[in-house]
Design a protein around this ligand. Structure first.
Ligand SMILES: C[S@@+](CC[C@H](N)C(=O)[O-])C[C@H]1O[C@@H](n2cnc3c(N)ncnc32)[C@H](O)[C@@H]1O
Length: 282
């Protein structure tokens, strides 16, 4: 199946410029900057490689929208956002100059200030390199941690609570390997519950990249940490994202996280301020 055209203002502004300059065709992107293709500049709109034609008024609307990505279907552009009845949260895809991020009820799921979602992901994973063996990713989101881990690990299990978040990832061109890579197994459900299904000592690495404490307090609880410890192999490593270490509230939360991780048996629990989290060993 060909992927639909997905656009943000980062792409459409160059279409407007091309029209202004009287160009008939430009090298542009129809997948949020992941790849470039020939986009035809027609009097009535921009035409993409799948033959979709998007009228200029829709292109102008996208160009004025900073916080949303759009899917182009049957000549119309629709915001990529979904309201979930399961969690009562609104999920949307927000563009950046590189890979997009996801907003969950207005809260960013990756760092974008002075960085971008993909560099943020690489910074997190760097803390537990080499990423080998069986990896558990407790919070799929857009799947960047799972996709990157799968490049060196033998297998990755990634868990997402909300089918709406998974739907957003499905529309994101930068998330496609999540669906195409046989080394990645996706599970839908609450990590807090699903972790009980795994045998002791299953994983060599765990990436725990939960939403903020206010959205998922139970993923910061001692009972969950005890399960993380149980399913981790001897000498295995855990990365736990927490948040900006310069924030006073995050510093307080970090102290609690470190105490609880040590309490359930983790050793060498150290802060990794560049990755906004901590690393712990078994
Ligand atoms: C910070 S994002 C993860 C970003 C992800 N690591 C990536 O690479 O894009 C957090 C994700 O966890 C999901 N989530 C929230 N609570 C969860 C839970 N209890 N179990 C599993 N996933 C959860 C959210 O829906 C959201 O998609």
């Amino acid at each position: 199946m060909t992927h639909p055209v997905i656009l943000s203002h980062f792409q459409t502004r160059s279409f407007l410029k091309a029209r202004e300059d009287g160009k008939l065709c430009i090298k542009g992107s129809q997948d949020l900057g992941l790849t470039s293709v020939a986009v035809s500049i027609k009097p009535e709109g921009a035409r993409f490689t799948n033959n979709e034609l998007l009228p200029w008024n829709a292109i102008e609307k996208i160009s004025q929208t900073e916080n949303n990505c759009f899917i182009v279907e049957r000549g119309e552009a629709r915001k990529i956002q979904l309201y979930s009845d399961i969690t009562n949260r609104l999920y949307s895809l927000m563009p950046t100059h590189k890979a997009p991020t996801m907003l969950v009820s207005g809260i960013l799921m990756h760092r974008i200030k002075g960085t971008d979602p993909y560099s943020d992901t690489l910074e997190k994973l760097k803390t537990v390199k080499p990423l080998i063996g069986h990896v558990l990713d407790t919070a799929t989101g857009l799947g960047y941690t799972a996709i990157e881990s799968s490049k060196t690990a033998s297998h990755v299990i990634t868990i997402e609570l909300d089918p709406s978040a998974q739907e957003i990832a499905r529309l994101n061109p930068w998330s496609q390997l999540l669906f195409d890579n046989p080394k990645i197994t996706q599970r839908l459900g609450d990590s807090y519950d699903l972790i009980e299904e795994f045998e002791d000592h299953t994983f060599t690495r765990i990436i725990h990249d939960p939403p903020t404490l206010s959205l998922a307090g139970h993923l910061y609880a001692v009972e969950f940490y005890a399960e993380l410890y149980r399913v981790l192999r001897q000498k295995g490593r855990l990365f736990h994202y927490i948040g900006n270490p310069e924030s006073r509230s995050v510093r307080k939360i970090t102290k609690g996280v470190i105490d609880r991780l040590r309490g359930v048996g983790f050793s060498r629990v150290t802060r990794h301020p560049n990755a906004f989290g901590v690393v712990a060993f078994k």
